[in-house]
Design a protein around this ligand. Structure first.
Ligand SMILES: NC(=O)c1ccc[n+]([C@@H]2O[C@H](COP(=O)([O-])OP(=O)(O)OC[C@H]3O[C@@H](n4cnc5c(N)ncnc54)[C@H](O)[C@@H]3O)[C@@H](O)[C@H]2O)c1
Length: 285
């Protein structure tokens, strides 16, 4: 007797258009990681819906994607505001009737406040920019995904949510919460055909995290800095987002992928060019 196959593996017709005709919402896609995700999704045939607070950035990415022949609409919204999330959802669902992919990408570590000097106001600010909107935007689009019996949600958090981050434990806690929300929601909605996964970036050049300025003469440091030996780029994050958004990952849900050049895997180990080996202490002996 052949084994039962309640549902089949969705065929991939064209590997160069992995999101052909899909509706994909990307938050914070005016620049950095979000812009690279929106650009790659559009290249792969998605109808991209961008939620971006900065009008100039929104216009810039819209023009760039359209010039390259992609399908894009932009919404100048602040995803931390409930009325803006409602406006975004009404416009996207009004236009397409459904959403296939949601990337919750907005997040920020700034202003960095050391825990000893932090306040209820600074905790609330970290909550609003890193966690609150992930709940709000997800809830706004999840119903459309469960109704149609398919969808993929990708939450961009941080490697700092997956390891100890001494710089700002409050920021790290918010990112860890996004990662665990990802895992828990995935289990909750898996039977509805919706997958939920996360990405934990590190060392990725963007307007928010500038690893180039001030390090112009220190290219050799990269060998010691990240196990893969180079800086990360928004496109590195976008490729993993595409995998998680598309049917390439049709049997993957509830996972958080560090996209970090190996920093999490390396733990406290650094390659010492002078010693020619990995060391786990400040001075290679
Ligand atoms: N770059 C890295 O190395 C790195 C490391 C860890 C985590 N991350 C995370 O990756 C995500 C993207 O980071 P990035 O470096 O590309 O950031 P970025 O600041 O360079 O870009 C973020 C974009 O989001 C927009 N935005 C900010 N607040 C918004 C709001 N309330 N509503 C709508 N849009 C808003 C900004 O205008 C900007 O266009 C964030 O969640 C960040 O915490 C990045």
């Amino acid at each position: 007797m052949s084994p039962q196959r309640p549902t089949d593996v969705t065929p991939i017709d064209d590997w160069s258009r992995l999101l052909d005709g899909k509706v994909a919402v990307v938050t914070g896609a005016g620049t950095g990681i979000g812009a690279a995700i929106a650009t790659l999704f559009a290249q792969h045939g998605a109808n991209v819906e961008i939620a971006e607070v900065d009008p100039q950035r929104a216009e810039g990415i819209r023009a760039a994607i359209e010039t390259a022949g992609g399908s894009v609409r932009t919404h100048v919204v602040d995803v931390t505001r409930a009325v803006d999330v409602d406006r975004l959802a009404a416009s996207v669902l009004g236009e397409h009737g459904h959403v296939d992919v949601l990337v919750n990408n907005v997040g920020d570590y700034r202003p960095l406040v050391r825990f000893g000097s932090s306040t209820p106001e600074s905790w609330d600010a970290m909550y609003r920019i890193n966690l609150l909107h992930v709940f709000a935007v997800t809830r706004a689009f999840l119903g459309s995904m469960t109704e149609q019996g398919r969808g993929s949600i990708v939450n961009v958090h941080s490697v700092e949510g997956l390891r100890g981050y001494p710089g700002d434990p409050v920021y790290a806690a918010m990112k860890a919460a996004v990662a665990h929300f990802t895992t828990s929601l995935a289990v909750s909605v898996g039977r509805s055909g919706v997958r939920v996964n996360g990405i934990g970036p590190d060392l990725t050049q963007s307007p928010q995290v500038d690893y180039l300025s001030g390090y112009e003469d220190h290219d050799a440091l990269w060998e010691a800095w990240a196990p893969v030996g180079r800086l990360g780029w928004p496109e590195d994050q976008a490729r993993v987002a595409l995998f998680l958004a598309s049917e390439l990952s049709g049997y993957v849900t509830g996972h958080n992928v560090p996209v970090d050049g190996g920093t999490l895997a390396g733990g406290g180990w650094f390659f010492s060019p002078s010693a020619g080996r990995f060391v786990n202490r400040p001075t290679a002996l």
